[in-house]
Design a protein. Structure first.
Length: 206
């Protein structure tokens, strides 16, 4: 799911058909998986992460407004990439649909400690039990990274991309399965032992 229209009056704007063609090419059958580059990481740093309260619940990326900031998504992507190339911005953002799970599972690292989320994201975590305080600070533990490494990601494929594009301003972002976030089992309590080697009861007391 994904997308965003360019702002009217932008100096270089891709028509929706152009945007859709670029995205379809990224998710076409037989398309090569993109290599992770500094461009992708630059956009990952701007992703609008949120908690998706579906079934067990899981973190996800806002498919309608995937990047932090005001304005059209393509314009925000171009600003983050420091480019005026619409096609490059569209393709790079679409490729995150493949690369975010790869980055989380293998490439990304984050040391345990206290971190602060951007002000633009704080209202998305302003609910009881989020772990984020009023100043946007949260504690990141080694167990959190283990759980993220073992997350059950879902990605868009060639069979589903037209359904995503038919939603208009949606981008094909990968997401963690809210029903089975840590594996193909039914209950979260039976899944926690898979990524971090601890029982659910132990994690609950941590």
């Amino acid at each position: 799911m994904l997308a965003a229209r360019t702002a009217s009056g932008a100096p270089v704007s891709s028509r929706p058909a152009d945007r859709n063609a670029i995205i379809r090419a990224v998710f076409a059958d037989g398309a090569s998986l993109p290599d992770l580059t500094s461009r992708h990481v630059a956009l990952m740093k701007q992703l609008r992460v949120m908690w998706v309260p579906v079934e067990s619940g899981a973190p996800g990326i806002d498919p309608m407004h995937p990047l932090i900031g005001e304005g059209a998504t393509i314009m925000l992507a171009k600003a983050a990439l420091k480019t005026n190339d619409d096609a490059l911005a569209i393709r790079t953002l679409a490729e995150l649909g493949h690369l975010v799970p790869v980055f989380v599972a293998t490439a990304g690292t984050l040391a345990p400690g206290r971190y602060t989320i951007p002000p633009a994201l704080r209202k998305l975590f302003a609910f009881k039990g989020s772990g984020v305080d009023a100043s946007g600070r949260f504690e990141f533990r080694a167990a959190h990274l283990a759980v993220l490494r073992g997350a059950n990601w879902r990605t868009v494929d060639a069979d589903a991309i037209d359904d995503v594009l038919s939603e208009g301003d949606f981008w094909p972002m990968a997401y963690i399965d809210g029903k089975r976030p840590y594996g193909d089992r039914t209950y979260v309590s039976g899944k926690f032992s898979t990524p971090n080697g601890e029982s659910f009861a132990t994690v609950g007391r941590a």
